[in-house]
Write a protein that binds this ligand. Sequence first.
Ligand SMILES: *Cc1c(COP(=O)(O)O)cnc(C)c1O
Length: 380
Amino acid sequence: MKMVDLHRQYLGIRDEVERAMGEVIAQSAFIKGPAVGLFEQELAQWLKVRHCIACGNGTDALLLSLLAVGLQRGDEVIVPAFAFAAVAETVLLLGGVPVFADVDPRTFNIDPASVARLVSGRTRVIIPVHLFGLPCDMAALTAIAKEHGLKIIEDNAQSLGAVCRMPDGTSRYAGTVGEIGCTSFFPSKVLGCYGDGGAVFTDDDELAARIRALGSHGWFTKYDSRYVGLNSRLDTLQAAVLRVKLPRLGAWIAARRSVAARYTERMGGLPSVVTPAGAAYATHVYHQYTVRVPAECRDGLRAALAKEGIPSMVYYPGTLCEQPAYRDACVCDPAMRHAGTLPATVLSLPMDSELTDAEVERVADAVCRYFTDNEKRCHE
Ligand SMILES: *Cc1c(COP(=O)(O)O)cnc(C)c1O
């Protein structure tokens, strides 16, 4: 068993993928070939957003977004303390200051109350990270951003296809609520390609034009550099793979949800296991199925699963505030209570759209058995 079985998914789309890649190679339009523009249009349509600008990877998507909003040296950007490194490093690379907010331990997502505490005269941007497949509370964050004139750049690398329900009764796809949304097509993401890839979303024509130019050396027309940009493009080969996969995204998300529902049915009753929470304001796409268990038994559970050939992963083994590269250059919410408790208590179980019922039962059986055998020890 694997955490994410990419090969099994490939077998189901093999002929189409090989045909699409073969076409690109036959045309030899490796950079900015027709599949790139077509994929951008198709994904924008899927997400009901005006612009999709493909780029080299999800980290570049964040960097391009921060460049596009004109982040200046010393500007503060509020990001979650429990998340992937990209949100901190891109801010720091531009001379900005990451300000780490606490997270809600049930949803793992940035806590709007902490964000509100951290807004200062230097704050320019909030980057909510929609972690593990569940969007953040975008209504609450949008209200804070409006009140203080801040931009929202959503990190939607893990929640493509999830929906945010807004207080006015409308629904929007995660990544299309803030001024800008970012995603990654890293192979293990909900929509992954066969290498690196990413994209930026926005409804703002001017931002879209700037982001597109920034990803291409700041050019609006070739060799005419209007901004200090970078080279960040989605390969035509990757776009061709993504065009095969996009029509299946809805079905793959549905498959993830039924795996998650079965896991929760089997493990939700265990006194030592906290299964992933939903939220009234969003739908979940289960990029990860992450449980919380008492710190005393997390590594024991992980070892017991490994002994039965069941992989599991700790996302993430530390908070961003304690990383050696960031800790001297950042600000942390002094009232932080929860983010620091997660690295020792979280465990992500195998999750992808191809897991069989038998495999799901095998994982659930192994978790249940571990706690039957160790329940007392975990609570001492
Ligand atoms: C994967 C990921 C990224 C970065 O994406 P890359 O394509 O690997 O650069 C950024 N943020 C989050 C939350 C991610 O999960």
